[in-house]
Write a protein that binds this ligand. Structure first.
Ligand SMILES: Nc1nc2c(ncn2[C@@H]2O[C@H](COP(=O)(O)OP(=O)(O)O)[C@@H](O)[C@H]2O)c(=O)[nH]1
Ligand SMILES: Nc1ncnc2c1ncn2[C@@H]1O[C@H](COP(=O)(O)OP(=O)(O)O)[C@@H](O)[C@H]1O
Length: 199
């Protein structure tokens, strides 16, 4: 039987902890995961590397790539800030036989689930409250107050999409959330696929 690589999607409002959980899982070699590096139109933050955290394309190049239909999915997540999964990126990782893990917004996450229903585990990361998101984003010190406000303003709409995901991981206690994420992903990766995809 052909082994079909799986897709693991982490979506949540900004500050919920998806990046933290994804980075944790990437350290677990037995999960055979590779990170899908998204394209982004925003500038890199301190410590972020082009080709590692994102492909930082700039707005003009990003729009060019949209016109060329290079994206599997993309979103204007915040005003004038585009993010997207390049088809070539996923193909590159599948060719290596890797399970691909995504840190993408709720709309993009649900879109991938719809495209690949059987082979995708769509996980929603739920923060204890919207107020806590604000506290975490302030502590992360990567965003200006305006950018924090923009992210928090979107959070309640994003929270409302949680029931559409396969599972919800509560990220209150980080140790517990990491353990739960590991358990869910390990189980899903082991599970044989029941039917072919109609991609
Ligand atoms: N749809 C979609 N969303 C993405 C993609 N890459 C990142 N995002 C989302 O864009 C949002 C902003 O990401 P980022 O600027 O890194 O900020 P952060 O969520 O505050 O860490 C987050 O919800 C990401 O998950 C992508 O390829 N597609
Ligand atoms: N359970 C938790 N309790 C407290 N802080 C957390 C928890 N999980 C993550 N954080 C911190 O909150 C901030 C936002 O997490 P991050 O993983 O960057 O979120 P996202 O990728 O969803 O925007 C980071 O500084 C991270 O270290």
């Amino acid at each position: 039987m052909e082994v079909v690589p799986k897709l693991i999607v982490f979506s949540a409002p900004s500050g919920a902890g998806k990046t933290t959980l994804v980075r944790h899982l990437l350290k677990k070699k037995e999960l055979n995961l590779a990170f899908s590096i998204s394209a982004a139109s925003r500038e890199p933050r301190d410590g972020e590397q082009d080709g590692k955290d994102y492909y930082f394309l700039g707005i003009k190049e990003f729009k060019n790539r949209i016109r060329h239909e290079d994206f599997l999915e993309f979103e204007e997540v915040y005003r004038d800030q585009f993010y997207g999964t390049l088809k070539a990126e996923v193909e590159r990782l599948w060719a290596q036989g890797k399970n691909v893990i995504f840190d993408i917004d709720v709309v993009g996450g649900l879109r991938l689930k719809k495209k690949f229903p059987e082979r995708t585990l769509a996980i929603f990361v739920k923060p204890p409250s919207i107020n806590e998101l604000q506290i975490r984003l302030k502590k992360r010190k990567t965003e200006t107050p305006e950018k924090i406000a923009m992210r928090v303003a979107k959070a309640s709409t994003e929270m409302a999409t949680a029931p559409q995901f396969d599972v919800i991981i509560k990220n209150d206690n980080l140790t517990e959330a990491k353990a739960r994420a590991e358990q869910l992903v390990a189980e899903f990766i082991k599970k044989p696929l029941t039917q072919d995809e109609d991609e």
